[in-house]
Design a protein around this ligand. Structure first.
Ligand code: SME
Length: 157
């Protein structure tokens, strides 16, 4: 059963705690989709100002909506489109402080102000992206880029 925990304010400790939480709720699963589902739930809880946390997975050359927590979202994103498609095209994580300033941003929830997207690779192969949105401007930082990368390495097996 899920047990609520208090996340430390210190960012390094926060990520140690988050890593352990994600591990706790994903380690027993052989199934990638199940791990992504629980990871999105843990992430949404850990970031209280996040209004969306989830995954888009590559299918037939497009990004298709995968497991997530939050409001219903766009189901298909083309490579190069939106923040998600841009992260795929660039092959790197993108931190957006104010989404209205990101050209081509795809709005799913009018309350969203900031966003972080990390591409996921298995070896050389692009698998999809982790996408997180927040109602607060500049909620995600470069520190999150690194911390979330380690979370993805944990579940992407
Ligand atoms: N904002 C994203 C679209 C997905 S939703 O935020 C869940 C983008 O611009 O790619």
């Amino acid at each position: 059963m899920y047990k609520d925990i208090v996340y430390p304010a210190d960012r390094a400790e926060f990520y140690r705690t988050l890593y352990n939480e994600v591990k706790l709720y994903t380690a027993d699963s052989e199934d990638f989709i199940s791990r992504l589902s629980n990871a999105s739930a843990v992430l949404k809880i850990a970031f209280p100002k996040a209004n969306w946390a989830g995954f888009y997975l590559e299918k037939d050359g497009k990004l298709v909506l995968g497991p997530f927590q939050g409001r219903p979202a766009v189901t298909v994103i083309e490579k190069g489109k939106g923040v998600c498609g841009a992260a795929w095209e660039r092959g790197e994580a993108i931190v957006v402080e104010e989404v209205s300033c990101f050209e081509g941003h795809i709005a799913c929830d009018c309350n969203t102000h900031s966003e972080i997207v990390l591409p996921i690779y298995r070896g050389e192969k692009f698998v999809g992206v982790l996408d997180m949105d927040s109602v607060e401007p500049a909620y995600f930082t470069e520190f999150d880029r690194e911390g979330l990368k380690q979370i993805l390495d944990l579940i992407n097996k």
